[in-house]
Design a protein around this ligand. Structure first.
Ligand SMILES: Cc1cc2nc3c(=O)[nH]c(=O)nc-3n(C[C@H](O)[C@H](O)[C@H](O)COP(=O)(O)O)c2cc1C
Length: 236
């Protein structure tokens, strides 16, 4: 599979990975590292620096689905496993939050306080979201709104956030991710570049949270490595 515009060969694979800018970003990052920006570290295609003895980044993972058998949760679990070298990850629960209502703000329900605590404690945040009617699911927007309040106490501020998602549709959550980026731009420190749209097919992720296709696994490893590299710089 090529990591670019899908071609006939990649269409025959059990899924597409749509990647328009990550390859060139990786190349730029590798060049930067070879110039010594990152010091004496090992590189290869889609491989960012080894984190060596550095502490792992504390990663908060938010899945934009409250469905029991969510394919986005499966993808998130696979990404957590793939990124275990760089990230110490924990999942943020969002399906027990009440519907946001400013009237509740003076006495915020405990789940909304927990949400803010968990986001604020993280070095970086990964959002893995489905697409609902060409937008983000209501459960995710609800969580974003709760964590952005009260006014002046936005928990997203200065956070480094990466987004991805999967659906069975051909464009694999591209539209919802664009909308999510637009929302986050107003709230967070940095939304990491690169676009990772995954069309989900049975067998893409096994029961042990492994990504079964070598090409996709390598690609997603590059995505996570790049995310870790940027988040590390910004957390310093
Ligand atoms: C209300 C609703 C709207 C949906 N709209 C879209 C859509 O716009 N684009 C898309 O690719 N899939 C759409 N889907 C299909 C979802 O991608 C599919 O249900 C997927 O499994 C959701 O991810 P999850 O399993 O992580 O919840 C929609 C599903 C629902 C329930």
């Amino acid at each position: 599979m090529r990591h670019g515009l899908p071609d006939a060969e990649s269409r025959n694979h059990p899924f597409f990975v749509h990647l328009f800018s990550l390859k060139s970003r990786n190349t730029r990052l590798q060049r930067g590292c070879l110039r010594g920006v990152q010091g004496p570290l090992l590189f290869g295609p889609f491989h960012a620096p080894s984190r060596g003895i550095m502490a792992k980044l504390k990663l908060a993972v938010i899945v934009g689905s409250n469905r029991r058998d969510s394919i986005n949760r499966k993808l998130a679990q696979a990404l957590v496993k793939l990124g275990a070298n760089a990230f110490d990850a924990s999942f943020v629960q969002i399906d027990d939050l009440p519907m946001f209502n400013p009237d509740l703000e003076p006495q915020r329900p405990e789940p909304t306080l927990r949400l803010k605590r968990e986001i604020e404690a993280a070095d970086a945040i990964l959002i893995v979201t489905p697409e609902h009617n060409r937008s983000i699911p209501a459960v995710l927007k609800n969580a974003i709104d709760w964590a952005s309040r009260p006014y002046g106490q936005n928990s997203w501020a200065n956070k480094t956030v990466a987004v991805t998602g999967t659906s069975s549709g051909a464009v694999g959550t591209a539209v919802s991710q664009q909308q999510l980026r637009m929302i986050l731009t107003n709230l967070v420190g940095v939304v990491v570049g690169g676009q990772v749209f995954i069309t989900f097919k049975d067998g893409l992720i096994d029961a042990e949270h492994n990504i079964t296709n070598e090409g996709t696994r390598a690609f997603l490893q590059g995505f996570l490595d790049q995310f870790a590299e940027i988040a590390t710089k910004l957390a310093a």
